[in-house]
Design a protein around this ligand. Structure first.
Ligand SMILES: [Zn+2]
Length: 177
């Protein structure tokens, strides 16, 4: 479905009715992440319960449809289409945070390794990196990037551990232009 020329309110209705998907937004050149933030999380749902770190530039959260327990995403608050468009300061910041979070995931989830990927393809997307644990019972290799997704189930103990290790003080919705 082409959403070009429609107002946020109209697209929001289509999303609620199940007529417009994330892919439709991407294909229509509308950033799904920024749209979601402008429109009360209508696309991805409220993720405050999955947030594990936040600062002025970045959000870090457990993924709602993970490929492994402990699958985390980090996204920028400012809009960049992908890593190639992101400014250097933000690149440094996101990859240093990724390194830190990967070590924490490895420890908290007792993963054997943690993989990092970023794609952000299509006419429009929003720069984010994904951190996907690989467990000892799983074979090494790139298939770990495409493990089947499943529904997130909260593990309160691990969630609190991640938050305390990242010194997370609570969710603050700040929108930067
Ligand atoms: Zn965006």
């Amino acid at each position: 479905m082409n959403l070009n020329g429609l107002k946020d309110e109209e697209i929001k209705e289509l999303v609620i009715e199940g007529k417009a998907t994330v892919a439709d937004l991407v294909d229509s050149g509308i950033c799904p992440t920024c749209f979601n933030r402008r429109n009360d999380s209508v696309l991805y749902g409220d993720d405050t319960d999955k947030m594990i770190y936040e600062d002025d530039d970045l959000e870090c959260f457990l993924v709602g449809n993970p490929r492994a327990n402990g699958h985390v995403a980090i996204s920028t608050k400012v809009h960049y289409k992908d890593v190639m468009e992101a400014d250097e300061e933000v690149c440094v910041k996101i990859f240093l945070l990724a390194k830190k979070v990967m070590n924490i995931i490895k420890e908290v989830y007792n993963a054997e390794s943690v993989y990092l990927c970023t794609m952000c393809d299509g006419p429009m997307n929003h720069f984010h990196v994904q951190l996907i644990p690989r467990y000892s019972f799983e074979k090494r290799g790139s298939k770990n990037f495409v493990k089947p997704r499943f529904e997130y189930v909260e593990d309160k103990e691990k969630l609190e551990l991640l938050r305390s290790k990242l010194n997370y003080k609570g969710h603050v919705k700040t929108l930067k232009k």
